[in-house]
Design a protein around this ligand. Structure first.
Ligand code: FCB
Length: 403
């Protein structure tokens, strides 16, 4: 039996583009059509159906919910802010508050307004000021109802997928361009952090809690050679901790997104090999999700211990599995909660667990195939069906006890 604190946050996370539908002012929208990618289209129609979805979250005993604000709705044209959309997000947040669910708000979750991309997106130096102007409007509007903020979701994934591997718009494959984006995102976070705090102070609202949601993979040397261990050390620093180290004085907690491990097996001392090679020989096989990612709960425990040095509370802002096997989903959740519990017993201050995701949704370049949700979506009818794993997690949320 594993007991969690009384005030632990239990809930799930979503992002606007993945669930709302019809985000036609975001850069992904024309890009999907241009490259012939499956369209996000109506997604889960959460923009209209949020009350119904939050009723289900409430039935599942969630007391926290992470959502993102769609910048391209708030500011569809440069400098023109939509009162209607601002009001929409106030309504969404009040809908959570009415159910006693703590709203946790992400300001940037991968998508950008089309006008912003046309200016060069995050490569442009001006991006930081554009982002801050948007943050200013949103924070002033939502501050009375929100305490927890994440400025930017997974900067390292955004940089690598959009600017290094070329998977996502603008499909760049350039270390130079990636570097510029990296630098601007860091400055954007640090300045947004200060701005959010300033607004709360001016409005006598008490202190907000501001962070990013950082993607961290467990890095495991396959065969324990010196080269593999060096590669692990290098990757850990570069992908997992470099950004956290740069912003460590501008975080009130650490938002952690954890999914999987990399089994590191390098072929040579070439830098590309050190940075990217993974085991192809099926050493140490473990169960996988439907996208082939290794399931590795132990990694969450290891990472949490590594985060201890920052001396900050940690919030699990994402952790989840895409699978058609709902028993495996429950096994995944239960094993990861055990890892969290173990780290807490060893002194890590974990504040809550937000499963990714509340709903099956649009999984970026993978489309609608992967099913991460606690709630199944029938995309033809938009019917919601609560999965058994969701009910089991709901019991844990209710009692604070994992059997
Ligand atoms: C994370 C993203 C989230 C979702 C999950 C599966 O990297 O933050 O939007 O796609 O992966």
């Amino acid at each position: 039996m594993f007991k969690f604190p009384q005030d632990f946050f239990w809930g799930a996370a979503t992002s606007s583009y993945q669930v709302e539908g019809n985000n036609s002012n975001a850069d992904w929208w024309p890009w999907e059509k241009k490259v012939g990618h499956v369209n996000s289209g109506e997604a889960c129609r959460h923009y209209e159906l949020y009350n119904q979805d939050f009723d289900l979250a409430k039935e599942l005993n969630h007391n926290a919910h992470r959502l993102s604000i769609e910048w391209s709705r708030i500011e569809p044209e440069e400098g023109k802010f939509s009162e209607v959309e601002i009001k929409h997000y106030i309504d969404v947040i009040l809908a959570l508050r009415a159910r006693n669910i703590e709203p946790m708000v992400t300001l940037h979750h991968f998508t950008n307004p089309i006008w912003f991309s046309k200016l060069g997106g995050w490569e442009n130096k001006k991006s930081v000021d554009c982002f801050l102007r948007y943050c200013d409007v949103v924070t002033r509007a939502l501050a009375p109802y929100v305490r927890y903020w994440m400025t930017i979701n997974e900067p390292t994934i955004f940089i690598s997928h959009s600017y290094m591997f070329g998977f996502w718009p603008p499909q760049a494959k350039s270390n130079w361009r990636a570097r510029a984006v990296h630098d601007h995102l860091i400055v954007a976070h640090i300045k947004a952090y200060a701005l959010i705090h300033k607004i709360y102070k001016e409005s006598n609202l008490g202190k907000p809690a501001v962070s990013i949601a950082q993607h961290i993979s467990a890095l495991v040397p396959c065969l324990s050679s010196a080269r593999n261990r060096f590669a692990v050390y290098l990757r850990d620093w570069l992908y997992n901790f470099e950004i956290l180290n740069k912003i460590k004085h501008s975080m009130d907690f650490i938002g952690l997104n954890y999914y999987s491990r990399q089994l590191v097996d390098t072929e040579s001392w070439w830098i590309g090999s050190l940075l990217w090679d993974v085991c192809k020989k099926n050493h140490d096989p473990v169960k996988k999700n439907s996208l082939g990612w290794d399931i590795y709960p132990e990694g969450l425990y290891q990472i949490l211990l590594k985060l201890k040095k920052y001396n900050l509370p940690v919030l699990i802002t994402e952790n989840g599995i895409c699978t058609a096997d709902d028993n495996l989903r429950w096994e995944f959740v239960s094993d990861h909660l055990k890892s969290i519990h173990r780290a807490m017993e060893e002194g890590v201050n974990v504040k809550g667990y937000l499963y990714w995701s509340l709903l099956d949704n649009f999984e970026w370049d993978k489309g609608f195939g992967p099913r991460f949700g606690l709630i199944d979506i029938d995309y033809k009818t938009q019917k919601r069906t609560v999965k058994e794993s969701a009910k089991k997690l709901g019991q844990v949320s209710k009692t604070g006890v994992l059997p």
